[in-house]
Design a protein around this ligand. Structure first.
Ligand code: GLN
Length: 463
């Protein structure tokens, strides 16, 4: 803990931490030592971590990267935070040591961590570039070895894309595997928590500890606790030492390799696929014909849900309140105009528009129908293959400020992560090699519902 705290302090300029509390971390580390001495340690007890600042924490402020929540303190820990830490009862958690809170795009809206009200995080591979987003602080911290692991959240790619841009491993489990209790809501039907770490093996340990049924989240999956590490290690039937992936059918959707895909990304991903073949996997062609439509579908559904979720930040129940106002409505207007950044305001307006009377059928309802069809396309593909593979993003990490004032450019770059999010499927990003400018490129693996073990197994064999 001391070494990681010192390293995090020495690399403050990466902008990955929003809150770092050395004293609190050392106190947790001492408790972990006692637990270990008492023979009650979990594999992760005493291992440092930090949390994306959308997870509420009782012993640290939570801002969601927004001015709206500056100075906010939650009275309780998010379920994921509690399970990785002390545990809701103070004893049964994994006993990891939290160093603090990590930078992210405001309310997790973004793909570069440039929408944080507290400044950007930087990519440790090249600090003139973005680390990806919205879990940019998490990815940058793990990539720079300021932490062995971090939590993230993924609504439309926010674990997988920063993992790809920063050369770390990240997994977004099936919707419902990790509790959303205490995770500040962006788009509730899409939001999922997951780990970012150095390897699939570390992700498996973390995911086992942070997942599981939670009665406080109405969409939590009612399944017995999973040991993803055991699933990752279990040999496939018919596999050999040289061919651990023998019999695994890897589907390549042709829509994931379009003309517009950067040549360096395509080359790196194809080399990774050849590696999977060497490990015994069989590559099969599949199709996800509505891949392109996932962009308009997501950018209707996610803002619609966001506009509803963010209505709670009204200067009364939560958040920033303007100093001067004439009446209640003026107080709401001024508080929200001052507290929310431009991207969040844009999404609230889009969401309110698509949900309004007269537009609901044309936009929101159409998007919901297409969402179902996108999920059905995956099920058709999974009749031909066990996992789907492709790129995570169409390019390597871009330069800070490069996208300027063009939000649509960032939306379009979400094309390969949005389909699995809309379908609620598990997806992960595994470092595949380096592309243009020596920047990391991730291989995306998408599995069927609750097939995290299959993804982690394939990623582990590849690593
Ligand atoms: N880039 C996407 C967006 O801006 C995804 C964000 C996320 O997964 N939280 O909405």
């Amino acid at each position: 803990t001391q070494a990681f705290v010192a390293r995090a302090q020495a690399h403050e300029s990466l902008g990955s931490f929003l809150h770092l509390d050395a004293d609190n971390a050392l106190a947790q580390a001492r408790a972990a030592d006692e637990r270990r001495a008492a023979g009650q340690a979990h594999a992760l007890t005493g291992v440092p971590i930090a949390h994306k600042d959308v997870f509420v924490t009782a012993d640290a402020p939570t801002t969601a990267g927004s001015k709206m929540l500056a100075g906010y303190r939650s009275p309780f820990d998010a379920t994921v935070v509690a399970r990785l830490g002390r545990g809701a009862d103070g004893v049964t958690g994994a006993g990891m040591v939290s160093l603090g809170k990590l930078n992210c795009d405001e309310f997790a809206m973004g793909s570069a961590n440039e929408n944080s009200a507290y400044g950007p995080a930087r990519n440790p591979w090249d600090t003139t570039r973005v680390p990806g987003g919205s879990s940019g602080g998490s990815a940058a911290a793990v990539a720079a070895r300021l932490l062995p692991a971090a939590t993230g959240t993924d609504t439309g790619g926010s674990i997988r894309q920063p993992a790809s841009f920063s050369g770390v491993t990240g997994i977004k489990p099936t919707y419902g595997v990790c509790s959303r209790y205490g995770m500040i809501a962006f788009a509730s039907s899409l939001d999922q928590a997951g780990p970012l770490a150095r390897s699939a093996e570390d992700c498996a340990l973390l995911l086992s500890a942070m997942s599981g049924f939670d009665p406080r989240d109405a969409t939590s999956a009612e399944r017995p606790p999973q040991d993803f590490h055991a699933q990752m290690r279990a040999p496939r039937a018919g596999a050999t030492a040289a061919q651990p992936l023998k019999g695994l059918r890897v589907g390549l959707p042709k829509e994931f390799f379009p003309q517009a895909l950067a040549a360096d990304v395509e080359g790196t991903v194809r080399a990774a696929l050849a590696e999977l073949e060497k490990l015994g996997a069989t590559l099969v062609d599949v199709s996800l014909p509505r891949t392109e439509l996932s962009i308009p579908v997501y950018y209707i559904i996610a803002p619609a849900e966001a506009s509803s979720n963010l209505s709670r930040f009204d200067g009364v129940k939560f958040g920033h309140r303007a100093d001067k106002y004439s009446d209640l409505l003026d107080m709401y207007k001024k508080s929200r105009a001052e507290g929310f950044g431009p991207e969040v305001q844009r999404r609230i307006m889009i969401g309110t528009y698509v949900l309004s009377h007269g537009y609901y059928d044309a936009y929101y309802l159409q998007a919901q129908k297409l969402r179902r069809m996108i999920a059905d396309d995956f099920q058709a593909s999974f009749r031909e293959c066990d996992v789907i593979a492709g790129p995570v993003a169409p390019s390597v990490a871009w330069q800070l400020g490069e996208q300027g004032n063009d939000p649509v450019a960032a939306y379009l770059a979400d094309i390969f992560t949005l389909p699995a999010s809309l379908a609620g499927l598990p997806g992960m990003s595994v470092p595949a090699g380096l592309g243009a400018g020596g920047m990391p490129v991730g291989l995306q693996l998408i599995g069927n519902y609750f097939a995290e073990g299959t993804l982690l197994h394939a990623a582990h064999a590849f690593q």
